[in-house]
Design a binder for this molecule. Structure first.
Ligand SMILES: Nc1nc2c(ncn2[C@@H]2O[C@H](COP(=O)(O)OP(=O)(O)OP(=O)(O)O)[C@@H](O)[C@H]2O)c(=O)[nH]1
Length: 743
């Protein structure tokens, strides 16, 4: 923009010209601004697009442009359409006359407009408004939003400095996990005015994941607080055997035998030294030489085989939304005497009151008010029952796609799974392929449980009453699902099939009595099949790994307490532990299981632990409590062997994903596509591929937003499995092949 300045001295007339390059232009809304609704929609737009790394010489700009366009086109908008055009540069404006005709100065942009113009040529502010006082009237032209008032303390009418500074949020957040937006809402004068941007508000599943996705056990009515009740029964799973066993290859075609060394150069750190660097320097030297092989367990840590006649099995129930998982399990718990008549009567009454009479058994597990009102499981419910051989910790996972992160959290602890499929016409098909809201969770759950280490599966074909207990329908379902389960990596010998009806109590705890079903099925009932499952060997002689599922405080456990599972090793009262990723050493003060005090707990157990010598802020879901001398690495870059799922959008270098590892869930970046592999042989097909599409196997490097407790899969399977999600869908599963750099 050009500016002229004219002044006279006694000898000369001076004409000075300024040329100013406008870097950014703030357009002030005209007196007819967008409606509040439109503004809210704009604010709520998800931040999906990630700026590609244009510095990368391998980057294929055309490819990205094309991807970008597709993406937008998919949303009904083309990049070339006006929706995405940059704001047009200000139209050329005639130079203002410095002499002659008069002009009026715009109070907003200060442009001098000719007196003929009724609105400002630059910003459209009307001339009448210009007659108002500029400085004081800006707020009346542009009402300041409550949000702006909250953020910028200098604006008139905002809260005092003390109330509004970031510091106050920070200090508050150390004592509470309350969302800062909630705090803003809570602050008195802003009540009910501030509506946070939608993308800053945790989604229902984020909230539940923050609380670890686990909820209270059966019959925990004595503690009304859901968060605390969840902790009472945090369950355990050892699940992971020796590295030799792991090398047999599990997970969807993720055999470690096939893993090829990565060839592309990448910033590789010295693993052992960087591992030690994640803990205080004083100890780094001491720990540098310590490998798992040098670990010698103390005698009290080793399993007392006589003590436990029944082995522990963590069993997750998965499947498409409304397949009948909760009803099935609620009914089994009732039949096995885990639910009293009084409780059942209460559930029946409440479900009828809510107009959901058919959900009475589901209410046994779906205890949350919102779950009951919506008739949908949202968090992983935990309950216990026993078979003749096993103590079963039952994990009832949500089927709705919005809560898949919670299902992952539960599945990461499971030894075995029951996949419930709905036999009704159309419902089974929707679970496997499907469209709309709950698309294909039979498919997604099966892929996830397998990739998270579950090998033994029972497929319960439920709601057979709805199809007259038809053998033909059962066979169609089995023949359709079996090849897919093989594809996921389930071996036929580890998959058992059972026809059931939760509604009509057929084949649950006793063999069927229905003549139509009895005519063609004489096999074991569901609970007999559960009894036949083999619990994994527990890693009691390995260094301690206790994965934090959720953080809590209670009168008996104290303020620094958590619920979690002992994946390996053992703890007892007085044991020193190192809490990762913080590296802080604390002492075990109290151990509880289902509300009962324990003197010690070993691998495989789910426990609540109270610590002393540590600030509660150092505990978080996804953290790992370790032997002080054998801490888990806190990775900031690691290599993964991935298997992409049915994705329509390719994974590129720089793709942003949600990383799920045991109970940790955090944003991460696919930083480097190292190589594309032959999915069957594991040999390298191509170095540095430009993209990964559906059903491909590849080695990639992941950079999480923060350090994450992770181990090489071959060292510790539970801590070495990952799932990548994007846009609410699981896009890839994988195993950690290398920890490249640590905190
Ligand atoms: N006809 C029939 N209906 C059933 C059967 N089992 C469950 N249902 C019904 O299916 C509906 C959904 O049952 P839920 O147990 O809530 O299903 P779910 O799989 O746990 O649902 P989410 O956890 O929300 O995914 C309820 O209305 C049940 O009564 C069955 O065997 N036969």
């Amino acid at each position: 923009m050009l500016f002229y300045y004219h002044f006279k001295s006694s000898q000369f007339d001076y004409f000075i010209t300024f040329e100013i390059e406008i870097q950014s232009l703030i357009l002030i809304p005209n007196p007819k601004p967008h409606s509040a609704e439109t503004r809210a929609q704009t604010a709520a737009m998800p931040r999906k697009w990630k700026q590609p790394d244009y510095d990368d010489e391998d980057y294929d700009y055309d490819e990205v442009d094309c991807y970008d366009d597709d993406d937008y086109t998919h949303q009904g908008k083309s990049r070339n359409s006006s929706d995405f055009q940059q704001p047009a540069a200000a139209a050329p404006v005639d130079e203002p006359e410095t002499e002659g005709a008069g002009f009026w100065s715009c109070p907003v942009c200060t442009f001098d407009n000719s007196l003929d113009s009724t609105t400002c040529d630059i910003c459209d502010t009307s001339r009448e408004e210009s007659s108002e006082e500029i400085t004081t009237d800006v707020p009346s032209i542009l009402p300041i939003s409550p949000l702006a008032r909250a953020l910028f303390k200098s604006l008139p009418g905002t809260k005092s400095d003390k109330q509004m500074t970031g510091a106050s949020f920070r200090s508050d957040s150390t004592v509470s996990n309350q969302n800062p937006w909630d705090k803003l809402r809570d602050s008195s004068s802003l009540n009910s005015k501030i509506v946070p941007f939608k993308f800053d508000t945790p989604s229902p599943d984020e909230k539940t994941v923050a609380a670890c996705g686990l909820k209270g056990p059966l019959r925990i009515g004595q503690c009304p607080d859901n968060i605390l009740t969840g902790a009472r029964v945090c369950m355990a799973r050892a699940g992971d055997l020796n590295p030799a066993a792991s090398a047999e290859g599990t997970g969807a075609n993720l055999s470690l035998n096939q893993v090829q060394p990565s060839v592309c150069n990448s910033p590789v750190g010295n693993e052992s030294s960087s591992r030690a660097s994640s803990i205080p320097n004083k100890l780094a030297d001491k720990l540098r030489g310590l490998t798992i092989e040098s670990y010698i367990p103390e005698s009290w840590m080793l399993q007392d085989s006589d003590k436990d006649s029944k082995q522990l099995l963590h069993l997750i129930v998965v499947g498409h939304v409304d397949a009948g998982k909760s009803t099935l399990m609620g009914r089994i718990l009732h039949l096995l005497g885990q639910v009293t008549q009084k409780e059942m009567h209460k559930n029946e009454k409440e479900s009828k009151q809510q107009g959901k009479g058919s959900f009475a058994y589901a209410f046994v597990l779906d205890e949350g008010a919102e779950e009951r009102a919506r008739g949908v499981t949202m968090r992983v419910a935990v309950a216990h029952f026993e078979t003749s051989k096993l103590r079963v910790v039952l994990l009832d996972a949500p089927g709705h796609k919005d809560f898949v992160p919670n299902m992952i959290s539960g599945a990461s602890q499971a030894d075995s799974a029951i996949l419930v499929v709905d036999a009704s016409i159309g419902a089974f098909e929707a679970g496997l392929e499907g469209e709309g809201q709950g698309r294909g969770q039979t498919r997604e759950h099966a892929q996830l449980v397998r990739s998270l280490g579950v090998e033994q599966l029972i497929v319960a074909v439920n709601k057979l009453d709805a199809v007259g207990f038809s053998k033909q329908r059962f066979d169609v379902i089995k023949n359709t699902l079996q090849p897919f389960l093989r594809q996921c990596g389930f071996k036929d010998g580890y998959v058992q099939w059972v026809p059931v009806s939760a509604a009509e109590n057929q084949n649950l705890t006793t063999t069927t009595t229905d003549p139509a079903l009895k005519a063609w099925y004489g096999g074991p009932c569901l609970v007999e099949l559960v009894d036949s499952l083999e619990p994994p060997r527990r890693l009691v002689s390995r260094p301690l790994r206790l994965v934090i599922a959720e953080v809590m405080s209670s009168r008996t456990l104290g303020p620094s307490a958590f619920g979690g599972k002992l994946e390996s090793g053992a703890i007892r009262i007085g044991t020193k532990v190192r809490v990762m990723p913080s590296g802080v050493v604390a002492t075990v003060k109290c151990i509880e299981q289902q509300g009962h005090h324990l003197a010690l707990a070993r691998a495989g157990e789910g426990v609540d632990v109270g610590l002393h010598g540590i600030d509660p802020g150092m505990l978080a879901p996804g953290g790992v409590v370790c032997h002080p001398d054998y801490p888990v690495p806190v990775a900031i870059r690691f290599e993964v062997r991935l298997l992409t799922l049915d994705i329509s959008t390719p994974i590129l270098k720089g793709s942003q994903v949600d990383l799920h590892v045991h109970h940790a869930r955090l944003p991460a970046r696919v930083d480097h596509l190292v190589s594309l592999l032959d999915p069957k042989k594991g040999t390298v097909l191509r170095q540095c591929p430009r993209r990964l599409t559906a059903n491909q196997s590849a080695i990639v490097e992941i950079v999480p937003d923060e350090g994450v407790c992770i181990e090489k899969y071959i060292d510790f399977r539970v801590l070495g499995r990952v799932a990548l999600r994007e846009g609410g869908k699981t896009i890839a599963v994988g195993i950690v092949t290398r920890v490249i750099d640590t905190n």
